[in-house]
Design a binder for this molecule. Structure first.
Ligand code: NAP
Length: 284
């Protein structure tokens, strides 16, 4: 039996960033410097690392970016005041509130204050609503990146059976809607699903977005299926996905590695959404 083709998120990402650089340059030639503002509340080390990668990707592509850091004990009103200030800043086209927020902040109330035209993470109620009703809006970066990877590898979605494990607002749920919009028949699994394997073993496309290393084993995967691993968990031996990569790759036709799969795509899609927001603001 042949081993799966490895879906190379790093290579696809590099290609996308090259294209974005040209688009950013075109904006700059027209007097518009695309700009992203990120907001971090508190000192979560993972959030700090993700933001570092996001700012690095922006500078690589020629997108201006600035980082707003608020203290761990910042109240909801102050976070919202910061968002409202950036909503008004004509030099900023995209706003990213890095999640998770420290307790007791409720991200839903706060996210709702981001101007939907600047919501490059696609998670304001307005953009999520657009995703539900199929109108144009910003699509959350990670699910958008997953779809782009599948498209790049020519993986057909029409009428395929797709199963998504994990139902978060930033990954699982929007991914469900995106796959559905491409005419896949989609099943959603979560922590209360009685028998996850029952829903994964026949899936032509299986996406795991949980954050539990080793969750997806070879017996759960369809022979010749496509396996996308969104999970990232920091372990002693490095970053781990949800999928038992070594065994699953002997059974699947395509598989994404961790790292080097979905991760780089998430960051590229955020930059892409920022460039898009700048183009929209300029009426391109
Ligand atoms: P999350 O909000 O923690 O959601 C995890 C989901 O997994 C929940 O829906 C949960 O179910 C479900 N779940 C937990 N245990 C399960 C089990 N044993 N079987 C089936 N489902 C189970 O996570 P998230 O923010 O979506 O992130 C998920 C993972 O993706 C994390 O490892 C995160 O670091 C990673 N991530 C990676 C990227 C990237 O760019 N590569 C981007 C975003 C996130 P309930 O809803 O029932 O609790």
């Amino acid at each position: 039996m042949m081993s799966a083709q490895i879906i190379d998120g790093k290579a696809v990402s590099a290609k996308i960033r090259g294209g974005l650089k040209a688009q950013a340059q075109e904006l700059i030639n027209n007097g518009i410097i695309p700009g992203l503002a990120t907001i971090r509340v508190g000192e979560d080390p993972a959030s700090k690392l993700y933001l570092k990668l996001k700012h690095k990707a922006c500078s690589e592509v020629g997108v201006y970016s600035e980082d707003h850091v608020l203290a761990e004990d910042t109240g909801e009103k102050e976070v919202i005041a910061q968002i409202k200030k950036i909503n008004q800043d004509a030099n900023i086209h995209g706003i990213l509130l890095q999640l998770p927020l420290p307790k007791p902040l409720d991200s839903r109330d706060i996210l709702a204050e981001i101007d939907p035209r600047k919501d490059v993470d696609g998670i304001t109620p307005t953009n999520l609503g657009r995703l539900v009703n199929g109108s144009k809006g910003f699509i959350p970066a990670t699910p958008k990146g997953v779809l782009r990877l599948l498209d790049e590898y020519g993986i057909e979605l029409e009428a395929k059976k797709a199963t998504v494990i994990g139902r978060s607002v930033i990954v699982g749920k929007p991914l469900y809607l995106l796959l559905l919009s491409r005419n896949a028949t989609v099943t959603m699994c979560h922590s209360r699903t009685r028998d996850v394997t029952e829903h994964t073993k026949d899936a032509d496309i299986l996406v795991s977005a949980v954050g539990s290393p080793g969750l997806v084993t070879a017996d759960m995967v369809k022979e010749g299926g496509v396996v996308v691993d969104v999970g990232t968990t920091k372990t002693e031996s490095g970053l781990a996905g949800d999928v038992d990569f070594e065994h699953v790759k002997e059974k699947a036709a395509y598989i994404t590695p961790v790292p080097g799969g979905v991760g780089p795509m998430t960051i590229s899609m955020l930059v892409e959404n920022t460039v898009l927001a700048a183009q929209n603001s300029a009426g391109f």
